[in-house]
Structures are given as C-alpha cells and as structure tokens.
Design a protein around this ligand. Sequence first.
Ligand code: NAD
Ligand code: FES
Length: 283
Amino acid sequence: MYRIIETQILAPTISKLTVEAPLVAKKRKAGNFVIVRATPTGERIPLTIVDSDPEKGTIVLIVQAIGKTTHIISELQAGDHFEDVVGPLGEPTPVSNFGTVVCIGGGVGTAVIYPIAKALKAAGNRVISIMGARTRELMILEDEMAGASNELIVTTDDGSYGKKGFVTDALQEIITGQGKPDAVYAIGPLPMMRAVAGVTREPGIRTWVSLNPIMMDGTGMCGACRVTVGSELKFACVDGPEFDAHQVNFDELIARNRTYIGPEQQAFETWKNRTVTTDCRHI
Ligand code: NAD
Ligand code: FES
C-alpha cells in the first residue's frame, strides 16, 4: 500500500498527488513513469513521475479525470492509499547538452514535459519552453515551467491568456525569428505531437515525443502498448515512452487508442450513476 501524503487540485479535472514510494523516489529519472492501481481489483493506469523527493521518499503524480479510474484517483485524499505503485518504468529521457532546446507541453502533457525541461536545463541547455492550453483555467505548472526554462511562452487556443493560438504557432515563430533550435521535445495530445513533428520535419530538427498508448503490464510482456516507429514494432513501456517524432506512425496510434472507447464510456457511466454510500467511495 502506498500512502497519499497530499493532494491538490491544479485545474478543473486535473489533480496533483504526492505519494509515499521511497524506492521509486530513489531510482527515478526524468521520463520514467509508474503504473498504479487505486484498488485491489482496479485498472492499471500509467502515470509519469512529475517530481520526486528521495529524502522524504515521495513522488509527485498528476492525473486528468477522463474515465472511471482517473475519476476514482482524482477523488483520493491525503491519508488514502494506492493499492500498488510499480516503477520506475520506461527508458529515461535522452538528456545531453544539445545547445538550444524547445520543450513543448500541451494541456496536461505539461506535467510530463516539466521534469524533462528541468533535466535539460540542469544539463546546460538553453531551454525555451512553450506551454499551451485550451483556456486559461486549464493552464498548469506555469511557475514550475518558468523555473525550468530560460524563456517561457504561454499560449491559449481562445486567447484568454498569453498568445492566442496553438503551441505549433509559437514553435513556428521561434524557428522563423530565432533560427532552428538544436532539439525539440513535445508532449501532449497525439494530434499536437503529430503537428509538432510536421513543423520540425522539413527543417530537420531532431524531435522527441512521449507516447501514451494503452498499457497493461508495463514490462514488455503483453504487447498492448505496441507502436510503429519507422519500419519497426516497438513497445512504448520498455523501448520508450519517448521516440523520434519523425518516425512515429501517429495515425495508427490514434486509432489503437480508440479501441476501448465504448466500454470505457459505459464503465464511466455505470460508475457515475452508482449509489454512493459513505464507506464505498472508491468502488
Ligand atoms: P488539449 O486538447 O487541451 O490540447 C492542449 C494544447 O495542445 C492546445 O492548447 C494546443 O496548443 C495543442 N494542440 C492540441 N491539438 C493540436 C493540434 N491539432 N495541432 C497543434 N497543437 C495542438 O490537451 P489536454 O486535454 O490537456 O490533453 C489531453 C490529452 O493529452 C489526452 O489525450 C492525454 O492522453 C494526452 N496526454 C499525453 C501524454 C503523453 O505522455 N503523451 C501525457 C499526458 C496526457
Ligand atoms: Fe504490456 Fe507494454 S504495456 S508490453
């Protein structure tokens, strides 16, 4: 059992949880993730480790409430427990001193890019970060991203905060105005990462994205997380989750991620309409 030390609502539907997991906290590197189960019979959910404190033995997770399980996790409070937390999983982010690096976080993907931007800045890179959200109230971790970056550009789709437009508009402006960066890391919804790859392909800017396919075991055994990268079949949980954006077959991954949408919606509706009693909040 893994105790939740603290919870915080960052934005509507987005929560931050600080969890006691000393061995994970000691070993994790930027880019690693964990697979958590909220209850003994619960679904296994991969979540990026946003931060850690090896001395206190804690890790920070950020979850967006979309379906049944992510809503259950979002309702957990300090003092509650995860049934299990497995990790750190995945390959750490390839971090070296490239020169100037653009780090892009789209929506809740900002939680995933934040530790990477921090590691890239610590490695001596000049980090220009772009963070985008649909609207101001969905913007998360702005102070943290400012601390992890030499320059921070904020965009909203509706223009309610920062520059109006998509993160790709801001990226294009940087390339046009400041010249080609040495590398780009982009994390967010799949259409965003596909669009970033479209911007950086022709100028030949090396670009990494972090993929979020359906996962089960997280150890390369089940094949649920398979993705096509170039002409090769890869398992995101052990070969990734980060890959060369120009080689990823995004269309295939978008289609695969929709496989269980019907059952997922049905499970969420059933859970939402359940009869809640005081002692079965997490069922
Ligand atoms: P969102 O849909 O609100 O988009 C966030 C930002 O991404 C937008 O403000 C825009 O700037 C940019 N964007 C979106 N579509 C774009 C497009 N077609 N072209 C260019 N830019 C575009 O994001 P959200 O609702 O917070 O994201 C949720 C999604 O992110 C979920 O599908 C989730 O699975 C995914 N996600 C991915 C990872 C990962 O590791 N890849 C991590 C967390 C979440
Ligand atoms: Fe099973 Fe990756 S989640 S192989």
